[in-house]
Design a protein around this ligand. Sequence first.
Ligand SMILES: [Zn+2]
Length: 486
Amino acid sequence: MIGRLSFIVFLSIFNPAYASHYQYTVKFVDSLASAEITVCLDGEQDDYLEIDRFVAYKTLIEKPKIKETDTDIEIEGRFWNIKGLNKNACVEYEVSLVENLLKRSTKKRGLSTSKENQKILHIEENNWLWLPEKYDSLDTIDIELILSKNYQVSTPWQQLDFNKHLYRLGHEPQDWGFHIVIGDIDVAQIEIGNDRRINIATINASGTTKSTTQFINQWLRNIANSVKNYLGQYPLKQMQVVVYPQDGVKRSPVPWGEISRGNGLGILFVIRPDHAIEDFYDDWTASHEFAHSLLPKLRYRDIWLSEGLASYLQYVLMAQNNQLTKEQSWKRIYKGFQKGIKGTQSVGREKLLDVSDNRKRGARSGRTMRIYWSGAAYFLKADIRLRKESKGIVGLNDVLLKLSNCCLKGSKVWSGGALASKLDELSNTTVFSILYKNMAYSSEFPKFNKEFESLGFDISESSIMLGKYSETTLSNSIMTARNHSQ
Ligand SMILES: [Zn+2]
């Protein structure tokens, strides 16, 4: 035993995979038009710092120098050569952020005209941080932002200290998209259960419209809590939400929602605050986007699984959260499946795995319905089978909770097959892989009448309408949150 222990110690000391630490300090000028950035190395470091966009060099006001000796760093296109630098060396440079300052306009993502001297940086592409070329899972990059007390910060990064703007970058690649917003914004830190929180940033907050920031934050907290109640715990320790109010009353109170995963998870909502707050609770968009946080990044061919889970859960969450009745919720799912059938018929025979790629080239709307609702059928079927096989003890939520504890973070892009195997392993079944094989290679929309019968609906052979509903134990177990608290 002692021999084995010392062998392990030996291995960990001489493990060639060194962990590197990089400490960034970003000091903003008060106008937010530029920043001085210091990168300090700690221990073994990469040979290069790099940035994805070649044109980023245009933002350099002061070229990179070694702080201690005031000597230039060699620039090779997108790369800065830091080979052979002292192990505790620091590199300094200065960037212009003028390109990232929001301008006053009434158009999409502009500043509102109501506040004078309002300053907001919105960074969606990296043109300021030269980062280590390799960022392995053991490495750490911490960033401290130093700025005027009047400003607030919203990033997808993990905040290490809530008394200052000190963050650790997640290992998810930046080209998975991100939003960093800094300046005159409204940021609320909201706890979702024990030791979990979402931070909600509102750009152009306005107190004059029907749904003020306070009500919008309450609504988002309510939706986040519905995810927590579904799972038993909120899936992430910290998550960023960015709210972008836009003038006007369009049909939907939330015309746009998108999830981004670069360096951490964030959701951006475009909202219409002229809607009454009740309209927001009637809308499914927020439940859909929050549900996306339950799966890791999937390869493009398999987005039917991520869109499918979000489409299925948007209505399950709304029923569990009393935004819809159980019957209403099932009927919406059923209606979705009808759209899926129509979408499948509107294009030629193609297997589900090819639909996403084909959608890029050809007709979109039918394929979109096929992608979303085939995936929803996958998770409904899996949920029902799990509950039947376990005699009601295990549901999809239990398996997703385990997945959230092992597999949501990091730079891995999952194939649908790999995800199905992992879900099988976590549920100790073969439910997910068998369903995956049946559906991914099929050119037909899956059948679902038997499932709806087991949920308590009468279905006649000749009609596509659902008949009378009388609740079954199965329906009730899916549509009732086991972990109720706000
Ligand atoms: Zn989606």
